[in-house]
Each structure stands twice: as C-alpha cells, then as structure tokens.
Design a protein around this ligand. Structure first.
Ligand SMILES: [Zn+2]
Ligand SMILES: [Zn+2]
Length: 339
C-alpha cells in the first residue's frame, strides 16, 4: 500500500510499504477521502509548534472497513463506511478521569504527534470508530471531524435556544459553528470575516447575516442584525486579536465568548471590560465521541457542506493541494484528497 510521509516541511514522499494486519482490538480501514485542515497547512509550512517530522498527516477522513483484528467485538461489518476519532488519550490523568479526554494531559493527535490517515490502509482501534449512515457521501464522512469541532464549541456554550449569536471568522470552522448554532436553536446568527468569498459561502450555507468587518464595524452590523436585542454569545474562530477585542467590547453584559481560534501570538484583551461586564471567556478544544455522533446526525439533516468544498485532488497530488491553498488564500475553503 502507498502512504504519504511528510519528511520535512514542504516535502511529501510517497512510499510503498507492506500493509500491517490489524492488531488486537484494531480495524483496518481502506481510506477513501481525506480533508485538509488549517492545522495541516501549518505542518506543511513547519509552523505547527507540536509536530515532529517525519509524520503521516491526515485526521479528517472516511473509508470502509476492510479487515477486523483479533479480539474485536461489535465491529461494523466489512464494507461499512466509517470515520474515526484521531485522539490518543492516557485515560489516567486528572482531565481524563473527569471524562474530559479532549484535554488529556498526555494527548496525542493522529496526523500530528502520531501517524495519521494519509495512506491507503489505516489501522485504528475499533473503539475509536464512528459508523456513517448508508448514503453518506465521502465528503460528508470527511466533514464529521470539523463539524464535531463546531458541535463541541456549541456544547461548551450551553443552551443556544432563542439566543442571538455572533461568529467571528468565516473559515471552515466558523462557518460550521454558525450552521450548528442555528441547528441548535439559536434565534439569529451573524457571521463576520474580512474575506467576501467566505461570507458568500456562509450565505450559501444558509447563515442569516454576514458582515465584512473590513467595511462595517461589528457593533453596527450587530445593531442591524439583532436590533435592541443584541447578542449574548460570540464564537471567536478567526484567531485574530481584533476579532476577540470586538467580541469583548460589543457583546451584551454578562455574555459568553467562546475561544475556538488559534492565535499566532498571544492576543491582548481588555480584562477590565471582561470583569466589569461579567463576560465569560471559555475555551473549546477538539471534541468528544458524543460530538462526533451529533455531527453525523447534523450532517444527515441540517449542515450543508457542498459550498465549502473548493477542490478535490488525487492522493498522488497531495502537495498540489497545499500549493493551491497557499495560492488562493481566503478564496479557498476545504480541499479534499481522493483515494
Ligand atoms: Zn482538522
Ligand atoms: Zn489523560
């Protein structure tokens, strides 16, 4: 089988290796589709702080069950469409003992600190599998992981019913948070970005209100979208200091700001406003299995992905996908690798 090894930043070597049979408790998946994520691009550029090389990338994928290892009970049948959570957790640290496996002290993520799915055949522990419904497309299967990020962020915010919500950043994750928030009962959702293409994609995905904050400040756009009601929940998915500052200064007193973005350098936030306004700042990191199961349901019902897919490339042209993303910047969203 072939696998894509990133030997160093910007250098992927395809190599032919013997397939390893699935070990005890493992299932072998024939990988069909891989989604490329923003963090994968950081690994390609050598700017991901926690990824050693060489590494086999890939953590957003779907495939079909091809073989079942010894000792596996209750595995999906051969040929079933599946995806799998990429986290490797210790189960022993304090967060793990509290059930918060996503923030395990010894967390490793496949595709970063352990080898990922960038190969034709991928062995994963059966307990990590999530079965996809019949009729799910390969793209939908590869979207379960990023939708789960959005589901977890919404879960961290509590009950969304009837609330007005702002999402800062209309990249893939921001877009999906906006869609999941709406599906979770939010009254109205305003999404903000500085790239018209991303806002256009958000509108095509059914997001009610979109603002280009390079042309209109957030407070003005929020006044138009929500009137006197304002908003009491914001998701910062841009990883930009200016977005975070705008969220903190514009949100209703007592509101919640969920941090989903990744910041290149530590952002400055006016903490006296946070204190005086009783604003709740909370983080959101990856997901739990429940989030994956919810994501599958949402992809079956209300989350639209077609406008988010910018391009497909064959497996052998994976490096071309990175070049395409670099060349097109915010005019590109999700690029898929087909096997
Ligand atoms: Zn991802
Ligand atoms: Zn742990």
């Amino acid at each position: 089988m072939r696998q894509a090894v990133m030997e160093a930043p910007g250098k992927i070597r395809f190599e032919e290796v013997a397939a390893t049979p699935p070990g005890p408790g493992e299932v072998r998946i024939r990988v069909r589709r891989i989604g490329i994520c923003g963090s994968d691009i950081h690994v390609w550029h050598g700017t991901h702080p926690f990824t050693p090389y060489p590494v086999i990338q890939g953590h957003e994928f779907m495939g079909v069950v091809e073989a079942i290892g010894p000792g596996v009970t209750g595995a999906p049948p051969l040929g079933a469409q599946v995806t799998a959570l990429p986290q490797i957790v210790c189960g022993k640290c304090n967060p793990c003992r509290k059930g918060r496996f996503n923030i395990c002290e010894n967390l490793k993520v496949r595709g970063f600190q352990a080898d990922g799915c960038g190969r034709e055949l991928y062995n994963v522990p059966a307990e990590r599998l999530v079965v996809l419904p019949d009729g799910f497309t390969a793209d939908q299967g590869a979207f379960v992981e990023p939708v789960s990020v959005a589901v977890h962020a919404c879960r961290r915010a509590g009950d969304l019913a009837g609330r007005n919500v702002v999402v800062l950043g209309a990249g893939t994750i921001g877009n999906l948070i906006a869609q999941v928030a709406r599906a979770s009962g939010a009254a109205r959702v305003l999404i903000a970005d500085v790239a018209d293409h991303r806002l256009d994609v958000a509108k095509r995905c059914g997001v009610d209100h979109a603002v280009n904050t390079a042309r209109q400040p957030l407070d003005e756009a929020a006044a138009i979208a929500f009137g006197a009601e304002g908003f009491d929940l914001a998701f910062e998915a841009a990883g930009a200091e200016g977005s975070l500052a705008a969220a903190v200064s514009t949100i209703e007193k007592g509101g919640q700001v969920l941090i989903v973005g990744v910041y290149g350098r530590p952002p400055v936030v006016d903490m006296s406003v946070v204190g005086e306004h009783e604003i709740v700042l909370a983080g959101s990191m990856m997901y739990w299995r429940e989030d994956w199961e919810a994501a599958v349901q949402l992809l079956s019902s209300s989350v639209t992905i077609a406008p988010l897919v910018s391009r497909h490339v064959p497996f052998a042209e994976w490096p071309e996908a990175y070049r395409f993303i670099d060349a097109n910047g915010p005019a590109t969203m999700k690029v898929m690798v087909d096997l």
